[in-house]
Design a protein around this ligand. Structure first.
Ligand code: SF4
Length: 374
C-alpha cells in the first residue's frame, strides 16, 4: 500500500520545541512548489507504478500553500502517479491558517479528505510558552469551521508534559477533544531536542527540563480517558475511534514502501532508505538541474530487524514471531531471550506468536525496544 509524502518546509514562526526541517522565510515558497513538481517527475518510477493509497502533506506548515499551489501539485501527482480513488489524502494544517474561506477552498477545490490540525493545546498559556502562532480561540474556531465545512476525517496533535500543562489543563484539553468527537488523536510527550530554542533554554537553566513524573502521569490520564471514550490505543502516540487509523502512518509502521518529496523527506522501497538534503536552497538548485539530492542506505538484516521491533512494538498489532523468523532463527532466539525478563515482570505480554507491550509497558516502550535490538 504505497504512500506519497510531500514536505512543505515553511512556517510562520518557529515553535520552541520543534526540530523539524523548516524555514520561517517564505521567499522561496514559489520556487519550492516548482521544485516539488519537478521532483514528482524525476521520481516517477520510484514506487514501480504501484497504486498510491495515501498522500500526506507534512512539514513545516503545508496549510501555507494557497489553492493555486495545491492545484498545481495535485495536477502533477495525478499526471505522474496512479492514485487509488479512495486514497487517504491528508493536509497538516495550523489553526491560524484554517479560516472559513480556506476551509471552503480546500473542500471545494482539492481532493484533500483529511485534516491533521496542530492544535497542541487549547490553553493560551501553553500556546504562548510553545511559541505557537495560534491562540486557544483559533484552536476552537478552526474545529467548528472544519466540521461545519464537512471535514469529518480529522486528527489533532496535542502535547502533554510541559511545565505550563498541569494535570487540570491536560484533562481539559482531552475533554475538549472528546467534546468535538475528533476521530483520531496524536498525543506527544514534550521532548527537549538539541538545536531547538527549548533545548537552549533548558541547557542555560532558563526553563526546567521535562518533569518525567508529570509526563508519565499525564500519559496514564490519556490512556484511561481515551479508553473510556472508546478510542483504540493503536500506536503509542495515536488513538482512533471506530477503527479510523491513519492509513498513511500505519503504512510506515508496517514497513510498506513510500516516496518522500521535498527537502529532508525520507523514502523507503522495502530494501533501502533514502533521504533528501535538508536544505531548501540546495534542494531547489539541484532539482532545477535535474538531480534529486539524496543519500541512500541499503538496510542490513540487523537494521531491518531493529526497525521492525521498534515500530511494531509501539503498535497494538505487536511483534509477530513469524516476521522475525523470516530473518533467521538466530533473530528469533535473540528476541525470545531478551523478551523473557519483560514477560516475567509483566512489561510484555505474549499471545501465541505475538508479543505486545502491556499498559504499564507502554510507559517504557523505547527502553524495551533498546533491550530487544541486536
Ligand atoms: S511545530 Fe509545526 S508549525 Fe511549529 S515550527 Fe515545527 S513544523 Fe512549524
Amino acid at each position: 500500500m504505497p504512500g506519497l509524502y510531500l514536505h512543505i518546509p515553511f512556517c510562520k514562526q518557529a515553535c520552541h520545541y520543534c526540530n523539524f526541517h523548516f524555514s520561517t522565510t517564505l521567499r522561496q515558497k514559489g520556487a519550492m512548489v516548482e521544485a516539488l513538481l519537478k521532483e514528482l517527475e524525476l521520481q516517477q518510477g520510484y514506487l514501480g507504478g504501484e497504486e498510491i493509497q495515501s498522500i500526506y502533506f507534512g512539514g513545516g506548515t503545508p496549510s501555507l500553500l494557497d489553492t493555486a499551489e495545491l492545484e498545481q501539485i495535485f495536477s502533477k501527482i495525478y499526471q505522474t502517479h496512479r492514485v487509488a480513488p479512495d486514497a487517504e489524502i491528508t493536509l497538516e494544517a495550523n489553526p491560524d491558517d484554517l479560516s472559513p474561506e480556506k476551509l471552503r477552498d480546500l473542500k471545494n477545490y482539492s481532493p484533500i479528505n483529511r485534516l491533521s490540525i496542530g492544535i497542541q493545546s487549547f490553553a493560551d498559556a501553553d500556546l504562548r510558552w510553545m511559541n505557537r502562532a495560534h491562540t486557544s480561540g483559533h484552536a476552537r474556531s478552526c474545529l467548528d469551521d472544519a466540521i461545519a465545512k464537512g471535514f469529518h476525517d480529522l486528527t489533532i496533535d496535542l502535547i502533554y508534559g510541559s511545565p505550563t500543562t498541569p494535570d487540570e489543563v491536560w484533562a481539559e484539553n482531552l475533554r475538549l477533544a472528546f467534546e468535538y468527537e475528533i476521530p483520531h488523536l496524536s498525543c506527544y510527550c514534550l521532548t527537549v531536542e538539541d538545536g531547538t530554542a527549548l533545548g537552549t533554554f533548558v541547557r542555560r537553566g532558563h526553563q526546567p527540563a521535562v518533569d518525567e513524573d508529570r509526563a508519565a502521569r499525564q500519559f496514564e490520564m490519556l490512556m484511561i480517558s481515551t479508553a473510556e471514550k472508546g478510542y483504540q490505543h493503536y500506536e503509542i502516540s495515536n488513538f482512533a475511534l471506530r477503527g479510523r487509523y491513519a492509513r498513511h502512518n500505519t503504512n510506515y509502521w508496517r514497513a510498506e514502501s513510500y516516496l518522500g518529496l521535498g527537502p529532508s523527506s525520507h523514502s523507503f522501497d522495502g530494501i533501502s532508505r533514502q533521504w533528501n538534503v535538508a536544505n531548501n536552497a540546495q534542494y531547489i538548485k539541484q532539482i532545477s538541474e535535474g538531480k534529486v539530492p539524496f543519500e541512500r542506505e541499503v538496510l542490513t538484516q540487523d537494521q531491518r530487524y531493529n526497525e521492525y521491533v521498534m515500530t511494531s512494538l509501539r503498535t497494538m498489532w505487536g511483534v509477530d514471531m513469524g516476521m522475525i523468523r523470516t530473518w533467521g532463527s538466530n533473530f528469533e532466539q535473540h528476541f525470545k531471550t531478551q523478551a523473557q525478563p519483560f514477560l516475567e515482570t509483566g512489561v510484555l505480554v505474549q499471545t501465541e506468536q505475538t508479543f505486545y507491550l502491556s499498559r504499564a509497558g507502554k510507559l517504557l516502550a523505547d527502553r524495551v525496544a533498546m533491550e530487544l535490538f541486536v
